[in-house]
Each structure stands twice: as structure tokens, then as C-alpha cells.
Design a protein around this ligand. Sequence first.
Ligand SMILES: NC(=O)CC[C@H](N)C(=O)O
Length: 311
Amino acid sequence: MSSLFIDNKELESLLQTLQPYAKTGSMPTYIPELNQMNPDLFGCAVYKDEHIVAAGSADFLFTLQSVSKVISLALALMDHGEEKVFSKVGMEPTGDPFHTIQALEEEKPSKPLNPMINAGALAVTSLIAGNSGDEKIGRLLTFIHELTDNPSISVCEKTAKSERENADLNRALSYFMKSHDVIDGDMESLLDVYIKQCSIQLNCKDLARIGSIIGKKGRDPNSGRNIIPPRIARIVKTFMVTCGMYNASGEFAIKAGIPAKSGVSGALVAALPDGTGMGIISPPLDKKGNSAAGLKLLETLAEKYSLSIFS
Ligand SMILES: NC(=O)CC[C@H](N)C(=O)O
């Protein structure tokens, strides 16, 4: 694995070259607010050792969606430890799409396959410590403020409302898991926390800093303090490799070999072990629900700068 030495100008020109790939994707429909995003948005930030390179719409605010799954996993592991968390959720990749319910029925005992699919992420969110939904989402936000060094990050209520009105599949997954004793408590409150978690709003620069910290063993680039314990950062990074792109993770590992996680907003976070973090936004999605141009950008950077962790 080499390092990513790129400047603003080069990144900007790469975005322009790859912009046409956005046209190969399509906008998500099941969360109407996301469907309204500008399909031509394309931004990227690269963060390393407090140094930022950024291009395109890198300052534009978007919601985390499934990218939040890596952050909630880190927090739940910090709250409860591995044994408890992995008694509720598995460690195995799946060949099914992210909102699948089928695997839950086939697995015995019924446990979601991994924390990066919706069922697994719902189980993980149910483990975030706190006496109320507000306290749980508050703790997650505080954690994100630390990771980004940006205390202004908050929930986009408009996107949360839009998802809340279209959350029946996630509701079904939650109640299914409750009926099989995977999770307990009030499922409506869990859904509310999960939806707010997905609707946390930030920009590519914030996301790149999160990637950098996950990449470099959880260490805060300013203070040198571990915001995430090294072992938990490693677990999270490993899930990014095996499950970060849902059922496209194997192909992405071969083409790019970069620990990364996507979200249905078209967001991507990448976390390289040398502490290079990347945050990307391009809303049109490929057939498996990953940002079409964003994926192409990571693949292109990986090829050009030999970034694969497997090389
Ligand atoms: N793939 C995604 O980003 C899914 C996140 C979305 N909030 C959902 O639960 O359906």
C-alpha cells in the first residue's frame, strides 16, 4: 500500500473526468427527500494529519445514511464490548441486498448476519447506551462531534421525517428481531433513533476526518488521544472491507482494496491504515445501492496510487 499524494487541482480534474459515471446510476426513491438531491453533486475530501485536500461539492451537507452504521458499531462496542455486541449480530458478509429480511428467517438462531445490513445496524443501534432515545442519539452526536472536531453537526429533521414516513421495511425487520428475542425494548423508539442516526448531516471534509481516525487505529489527529480503542477501530475497518459495499463488497475489495462504507445518500467514507481518510458524495446509485461515481473515484484513486491494502 502506498500513500495518496494528491493536490486540490488534481482531485478537481479527476472529479470532472469521472462525473459522467454519475449518469450510470439512478436516484433512490424509497426516501423521497433523498430523491430530491441534486444528481450532479460530486465532492471529495482527503484528510491526513490535519491536512485537507478537497474538490467539487466538498462543503455540501448530506446525510450519513448507512455510513452511520460504522459509527454506531464503534460506539456500541465501546459501550458493551465485543461479546455482548456479537451475541446480537454476526460477522459474516451476505450476498443479499442491505434491506433483506430473508436471511433473518433462515439463520438459526435468528441473528442478523452483520452490522452493515439494516437488520444488523438496527440491532447495533438498540445497544447504544442511554436511558431514552434522545440520550442515545445525543451520545452518538457527541461521538461524531469528537470524530469530526465539528460541534455544529446535527440531525436533518426533514430527511428524518421523510424516512419515518417510509420506514415499514425497517419496522418489519425490528419487530421480527424482537419476536425472535434478538433485541428488546420499544421498537418505535429504536426506529426513531436509527432514522435520526441515518439523517445526521455533515460534509465530505467531516467524513474524511472520520475515515482518517478509523483508518489510524482510532487516534485523534490533533491530540493523539484514542477516540476509538485500536481494537475496535480494527473491527470496524474489517467490516468495511468485508461488508461495506453490501453485496458488492467482494468486487470492490478486488478493484479498490480500500476499507470503505457507502450510504443511500450517495455518501462514501474510506479509511486507509496510514490515516488517510476520504469523504465522497455523489447521489446517483448503482444497482447495489452504492454511489456510482463515488465508487469509480475510489477505484481510480486506488489504481493510480496503489492504495489497495492487499498489495
Ligand atoms: N443503504 C442505506 O444507506 C440505508 C439507510 C436507510 N436509512 C435505510 O435504513 O433504509
